[in-house]
Design a protein around this ligand. Structure first.
Ligand code: ATP
Ligand code: MG
Length: 558
């Protein structure tokens, strides 16, 4: 590629990069600060990866730093297990935060902000039920109406709010609301709730608090406390931006700015944490890290690389319109990277014995390249003998024309070894094929072939004398339809019953004994695989990441 093309290939800026560049150019900021703000109520998924790559990507590109902030204002659904998994996943994706913060660290500060609003007549304690509040809110075309509680004095509001904090009321008995505008065309501006009573144990603050701030009164304030310059969230928060700005203005705190981009969704899966949790709880999958889950931990266990996930988020980009990205693109990104790095190995899933009747001696060592795509990939030794296994489906007794695999009287090459010819088919009493008797051509050895033979098919194989048994998990997409959440009935009605096929005993070349979970393999002609962490020295389990080709695209609307 020449220099000109290269420059052209440098992708155009996304709208956030444009904003950041303009802000830096105008001197509005000397450097930028972003944050990634997960709620620790589940594991991260591929949608979060977009947000992570965006937030960390901006500060990598333009300088400054990114905080990790746990948005832990909802004590009921949150857990430290999720905190740990989120940290692990971000680092695995290749990013490092500057500060690890928790919204709950700001509870005292947020309480003080609330007192300031009350003192200025900008917040009041409301005794209405949530139904009453909803009814009084009006509709987008009809203004809402304020109730008598909005008329409470500052002194009364201070007293009641303190009593809420001290646990004098039950859940739901009172809320603190901002006094903004019950006639605003933006429903969220109609006196939004700032605090609710919740007698719940919090994973960090324990039983200290009986009241917890709402999203609108925690998120923007946390941004401001951390001096976040560009606070990026997803489109559903567009109407919240007005409250975000109103609070910053009234509290006279650091003016962070909220920007929104469209959620990224993936086909043939679900992404909401509530639904993912349901899949786990109802045991449709083995856990959050089941290799069929769209979670980062699931994708990792499946064999996806951080590079392929980052590549994927880059390709789908940053936009303003919600869309569903075809799962095939994620798989494409996996193949692109794995093809470059995966070690080639041979594994026979359904063995058919081949006896080489003219092979003399006990065996020999051959060599096979680890990765033809990698000039520095080196090679490994493989053993060859007179007793081999090939794949049962690579033999046909009565083949059609243009069948290039093995058949009676036909020749094929065994990968990195010799050309063989099938002379005789051996069957048991019931007519099952149990063995092929073949001859091999000693002068057809790969790399030094002088036989003059020309064969079209090359098969993978293993040496029956030293191959090792392994379990193979063949994973496929978890749902049969593109968007299970959009279909009639429960999304779980659309689970793909064939999303996991287990090959209990496949036969692998001995080099796979040394496999570790970070290795990536291509099992020749089979797909890309990785070692499952549940493997033991005597029971190796391999997970299929992706097939070599996109079989779904060919199958059409399957
Ligand atoms: P869910 O609705 O599945 O529970 P969430 O949005 O509540 O997800 P958070 O933990 O609040 O999950 O998300 C952390 C950050 O990741 C937020 O800034 C959120 O906007 C972003 N995010 C979540 N899902 C997606 C997605 N599908 N695409 C892009 N960004 C996302
Ligand atoms: Mg959220």
């Amino acid at each position: 590629m020449n220099g000109e093309n290269k420059a052209e290939e440098q992708k155009s800026l996304n709208f956030l990069e444009e904003i950041v560049e303009a802000d830096l150019a105008s001197g509005k900021y000397k450097s930028i600060v972003t944050r990634f703000p997960p709620e620790p109520n589940g594991y991260l998924h591929i949608g979060h990866a977009s947000s992570i790559c965006l937030n960390f990507g901006l500060t990598q590109q333009y300088g400054g730093y990114t905080n990790l902030r746990f948005d832990d204002t909802n004590p009921v659904t949150e857990d430290t297990e999720y905190v740990e998994s989120i940290k692990q996943d971000i680092q695995w994706l290749g990013f490092q935060w500057k500060n690890e913060f928790y919204a709950s660290d700001y509870f005292d500060q947020l309480y003080a902000f609330a007192i300031k609003l009350i003192n200025e007549g900008l917040a009041y304690v409301d005794d209405s039920t949530s139904e009453e509040i909803a009814a009084q809110k009006g509709t987008p075309t009809q203004p809402g109406r304020r109730n008598q509680f909005a008329e409470r004095s500052v002194a009364e509001n201070l007293e009641l709010f303190e009593a809420m904090r001290d646990g004098k009321y039950k859940d739901g008995e009172k809320v603190l609301r901002a006094k903004i505008d019950m006639a605003s065309p933006n429903m969220i501006m109609r006196d939004p709730i700032l605090y609710r009573i919740k007698h719940a144990h919090h994973h960090r603050t324990g039983d200290k608090w009986n009241i917890y701030p709402m999203y609108d009164f925690a998120h923007g304030q946390s941004d401001s406390i951390e001096h976040i310059t560009h606070s990026v969230c997803t489109m559903e928060f567009v109407p919240h931006r007005e409250v975000y700005n109103w609070l910053i203005e009234k509290l006279e705190i650091y003016p962070s700015h909220q920007y929104e981009f469209a959620r990224r969704n993936l086909s043939h899966t679900v992404m909401s944490k509530r639904k993912l949790l349901q899949l786990v709880n109802e045991q449709y999958v083995s856990g959050w890290d089941d290799p069929r889950m769209p979670t980062i931990s699931g994708l990792r266990r499946r064999g996806y690389t951080p590079e392929s996930i980052r590549d994927f988020t880059g390709r789908i980009g940053v936009g303003k319109r919600d869309n569903i990205v075809e799962l095939g693109l994620l798989e494409f990104c996996a193949r692109e990277h794995l093809n470059k790095i995966a070690l080639r190995r041979m594994v026979v899933f359904d063995p058919l014995k081949v006896m080489l009747t003219n092979y003399e001696g006990t065996g020999e060592l051959l060599s096979s390249e680890n990765n033809p795509e990698d000039a520095n990939g080196g090679s490994r030794e493989i053993t060859f003998s007179n007793e081999l296994y090939i794949e049962r489906e690579d033999f046909m007794e009565d083949p059609p024309k243009k069948y290039f695999r093995l058949a009676p009287g036909k020749q094929v090459r065994l990968k990195s070894a010799y050309i063989i010819q099938c002379d005789e088919v051996v069957k048991d009493e019931t007519g099952n094929i149990v063995q092929l008797n073949c001859t091999y051509f000693p002068n057809s050895k790969s790399g030094e072939d002088t036989s003059g033979l020309h064969v079209k098919g090359t098969l993978h194989w293993v040496n029956a004398k030293d191959c090792i048994p392994v379990q193979v998990n063949e994973y496929d997409r978890l749902f049969t339809v593109e968007n299970p959440s959009d279909e009639e009935g429960a999304f779980t009605d659309y689970i793909n019953k064939d999303s996991l096929k287990i090959v209990e005993k496949a036969w692998a070349e001995p080099a796979l004994k040394a496999a570790v979970v970070t290795d990536r393999f291509q099992f020749l002609r089979k797909g890309y695989f990785t070692l499952d962490p549940d493997s033991t020295a005597t029971h190796l389990i391999f997970n299929r990441t992706v097939t070599l080709k996109d079989s779904w695209a060919k199958a059409g609307s399957k």
